[in-house]
Design a binder for this molecule. Structure first.
Ligand code: GLU
Length: 505
């Protein structure tokens, strides 16, 4: 095995839906690794047993598969550095925690949750840190024998890192350059929990080492944890072995104020998760880009542009092009503002580039699910051809083409009522009769009959076009009205006109 091979990892905690920022982290990892012939590893960080969510891991795999960002190594794909679930690596971590204790870089802490609660009540600024650690029940304050006794008795304990009181930790970030941290700012984070599981901080360092990770890209929200990780690297494996870090810019709310959250999506009516997620406990369903009608190509393209560009005006990139052009130097430091309109624009651009046949393959199942009936592919293709320029998302076809296959659920009578009169009523009654006589049912023949009849009856054809559209479509939209009539056939055309005439009285 090539010791210098680039190896990157995405390390999600399987606790729910995958935020688009998470997928962008995957994308940047993937692009970086694949550009250099490296490997992309997916590691499941499931050491917090209290947060176990059934189905969440499978969801991650399904999401990555939909995006086309498939790992080389993972719990599903296997690999020579497994297991790839942290819970299955449990025995590996304790010896490292103990090594730190022996070196005086970590310590046992026996404080019960009640004791810690009391401290919080007494000291509003309480943190388990250099200021308070000597007032608590731990191996820094208790006699050696007592510590040994407690452990031998099976008393619950955690192992905490001993943060140096006054040290500057420097991190060379590939995006941010040199970042310095004052260790006094950080508390003594738990490394090993009472259930014997490591916390994220210990596990991420031990696993990145054993999995020979060369570069670690993660969201900017992890930057405050970085000094703890750098110290652990220094103590356990040496800084030379440490992966190169890159903290990716946050994805911001549309107004640019703060990190984009699932709640923002709910509030503003757009998805934030890549794929729809159903919370197994509450049953709450959170929408996803996939279900909203995004193509994976467009989703990936949009994500790539959140925090990166190639230095030109080009915005539409395929994954292959991104593999050629992506570079970390052009990833911005500042947060990237999310814009749903822009995301939709990307999808429209990608739909424009698709053949009608390829688009039909995507649209047919969506239309069939919405209409709850099987459709002939030939007809769907025709419908796609007629309506594609009106659609930006795959789901837009439900509205823009659904009426070509099913009677509208309702008619926008209010839009024609104000100008409705006897003359029009009379015209449409006669038109229905004329339609029944057309032998060659096609758009030019229907249009010709419509215009002739209007002339005969002295009504302006333009005045009757909107009512006819509402009668066939249900609303004031859609492609050419005679093309619609030709598509749905004589029987459906007549039936819809009669239905609306009935409603207009
Ligand atoms: N488990 C962390 C998460 O859920 C991973 C952070 C990292 O990549 O180091 O995002």
């Amino acid at each position: 095995m090539n010791e210098h091979k680039v190896r990157v990892r995405f390390a999600p905690s399987p606790t729910g839906g995958l935020h688009l920022g998470g997928v962008r982290t995957v994308l940047f990892n993937y692009l970086f690794a694949k550009q250099q012939g490296g490997d992309f590893i997916l590691r499941i960080e499931d050491t917090d047993q209290s947060r176990f969510v059934p189905g969440a891991e499978e969801y991650i795999f399904n999401t990555l598969t939909w995006c086309g960002l498939v790992p080389d190594e993972s719990p599903v794909h296997g690999g020579s550095y497994g297991p790839y679930r942290q819970s299955e690596r449990k025995p590996m971590y304790l010896p490292y925690a103990q090594q730190l204790v022996e070196a005086g870089q970590a310590y046992y802490a026996f404080d019960t949750p009640e004791q810690l609660d009391n401290m919080r009540k007494e000291h509003p600024n309480f943190q388990y840190n250099h200021q308070f650690r000597l007032k608590l029940s731990n191996s820094l304050t208790l006699p050696k024998e007592e510590v040994a006794q407690k452990i031998a008795n099976g008393e619950p304990y955690v192992i905490r890192i001993l943060m140096p009181a006054n040290e500057t930790v420097v991190l060379h970030d590939l995006i941010r350059g040199e970042v310095s941290f004052d260790t006094a700012q950080s508390d003594d984070k738990v490394l090993l929990k009472a259930d014997g599981m490591p916390t994220y901080h210990l596990a991420v360092v031990v696993d990145d080492f054993h999995m020979k990770i060369t570069h670690a890209f993660r969201g900017e929200e992890w930057l405050p944890s970085a000094p703890i990780h750098v110290l652990l690297w220094k103590y356990l494996f040496g800084l030379d072995a440490m992966p190169k870090w890159a903290h990716l810019p946050l994805i911001l709310k549309p107004d640019g104020h703060g990190k984009l959250s699932k709640r923002d999506g709910e509030r503003l009516g757009f998805p934030v998760f890549a794929k729809e997620w159903k919370d197994p406990t509450t049953g709450e369903l959170t929408s996803g880009f996939k279900e909203r009608g995004f193509l994976p190509e467009a989703f990936i393209n949009m994500l790539a542009m959140l925090g990166w560009n190639d230095g030109t005006d080009q915005e539409v990139f395929s994954l292959e092009e991104l593999l050629q052009k992506f570079n970390l130097e052009r990833v911005h430091k500042g947060g990237a503002r999310f814009d749903f309109e822009k995301a939709t624009w990307f999808n429209q651009e990608w739909m424009k580039r698709m053949s009608t046949l390829a688009l039909t393959e995507k649209v047919q199942p969506i239309l069939e699910a919405s209409l709850q009936s099987k459709l002939a592919t030939e007809k769907v293709m025709q419908a796609v051809e007629m309506t594609r320029e009106r659609c930006a998302l795959l789901n837009d076809f439900i509205t823009q083409a659904g009426f070509l296959f099913a009677t509208p659920a309702s008619y926008d009578i209010a839009s024609i009522q104000p100008k409705w009169d006897e003359k029009k009523q009379h015209f449409f009654k006669a038109f229905v009769v004329e339609l029944g006589k057309i032998s060659e049912w096609n758009a030019p023949a229907i249009e010709a009959r419509f215009k002739e009849l209007a002339a005969e009856q002295g009504v302006k054809p333009g005045d009757c076009m909107l009512p006819l559209r509402v009668m066939l479509v249900g609303g004031k939209f859609g492609p050419g009205v005679f093309d619609i009539a030709a598509f749905i056939g004589a029987a459906a055309t007549i039936e819809r006109i009669e239905q609306v005439l009935g409603q207009l009285g």
